[in-house]
Design a binder for this molecule. Structure first.
Ligand SMILES: Nc1ncnc2c1ncn2[C@@H]1O[C@H](COP(=O)(O)OP(=O)(O)OP(=O)(O)O)[C@@H](O)[C@H]1O
Length: 327
């Protein structure tokens, strides 16, 4: 059987700080299949970027394992590591910060080919021009500098650069969050088209539910370092099971117009607690309108409530009808 493209198994990652250990990611298990887009949503600080950095092998987990196409990232060496590095690329939130201001767009696009020793000078230049066309940019832009481009054009360059090595997976961390609404939908549509053309797998991280709804096949909802719900996109929007997911949807009118009209679910009260000292039991219990004593003591497991739809909530499995409906 083909292994998943990305396979995280009980991954935990903490950061040691002067004030204690920040538990950024706790026991996260996720599988991303070939060609699939996995959306990862949650409020700021819940561990989304840490998960992206783990998948990019920029940091190593404290425990658990991460495999890419069967390759264990902790022990990968030589050819395996080289293959992984070419196959997994990242698109950043702020393309301006991610592009070298002193290099022309053409040179920026050629850089990955130079690093991976692919092609001669003229072949590289031709590939850079072809990639500009593929992301909807004019060839003249190859001689321009990042400062001469608009935000949308820069993000297209960021995407083009990520595609130069013909990767099999893109990690997009808030890739469209900095863009104006109209440019955002153009870039999202570009990503959709490229995904289809290249058969790309995508880990698509965003705090914006409407963006994830547009793009993702399956969605993982994260809260304070843990996955609290995981489901195919339509299933999640039709029947969100976790009170946190419901509250997030209610707080995002665009993600759920029905919820915007009739706010049955309560808005999200309070702030995300500190990951330096997360609440015991279910991390969400201090903000949960439905919390029962068990939620303060016992960590709910992420379990399959219906086929393909997992949730970590003591109440969701037992009496879904008790939960307020959104929309
Ligand atoms: N290098 C680090 N050292 C210490 N703490 C860190 C480090 N990186 C992240 N954190 C902490 O880990 C937690 C998770 O951060 P992370 O950036 O992964 O969350 P996020 O969901 O991506 O949030 P945002 O959308 O704001 O980036 C936060 O409390 C953050 O302050």
């Amino acid at each position: 059987m083909t292994p998943p493209l990305l396979d995280l198994h009980r991954v935990t990652c903490g950061f040691v700080t002067a004030r204690g250990v920040v538990r950024a990611v706790e026991e996260v298990s996720l599988r991303l299949h070939h060609g699939e887009t996995l959306g990862l949503v949650g409020e700021s600080g819940c561990g989304k970027s840490t998960l992206a950095r783990l998948a990019m092998r920029l940091i190593a987990p404290g425990s658990g394992s991460i495999r890419f196409d069967g390759i264990d990232l902790a022990t990968a060496r030589g050819e395996d590591l080289r293959r992984y590095r070419a196959a997994v690329q990242m698109v950043f939130q702020d393309p301006y910060a991610a592009l070298n201001p002193r290099e022309t767009i053409g040179t920026i696009l050629e850089q990955p080919l130079i690093v991976h020793r692919r092609g001669g000078r003229s072949a590289r230049r031709a590939e850079a021009l072809a990639m500009l066309a593929r992301v909807g940019l004019r060839p003249e832009l190859a001689t321009r500098y990042p400062s001469e481009l608009s935000g949308g054009q820069r993000q297209r360059v960021g995407i083009a650069r990520a595609l130069m090595l013909q990767p099999r997976m893109l990690v997009c961390d808030e890739a469209v969050s900095a863009l104006d609404v109209s440019v955002r939908s153009q870039v999202l549509n570009l990503l959709l088209r490229l995904r289809a053309d290249h058969g790309l797998g995508m880990l698509f991280i965003s705090h914006d539910l409407s963006v994830v709804r547009h793009l993702a096949d399956r969605v993982a909802v994260m809260y304070l370092g843990r996955i609290v719900e995981f489901a195919p996109r339509d299933m999640l929007w039709q029947a969100p099971l976790h009170p946190y997911t419901r509250a997030l949807m209610a707080a995002t009118p665009l993600a759920n117009p029905a919820a915007a009209r009739s706010r049955v679910a309560p808005p999200l009260p309070g702030e995300v607690p500190s990951p330096l000292d997360p609440p015991p039991g279910c991390h969400f219990h201090p903000r949960c309108p439905l919390a029962i004593p068990r939620c303060r003591q016992e960590t709910p497991d992420l379990h399959e409530a219906t086929s393909g739809h997992s949730v970590a909530c003591h109440l969701a499995g037992e009496s879904p009808c008790a939960l307020p409906m959104v929309g």
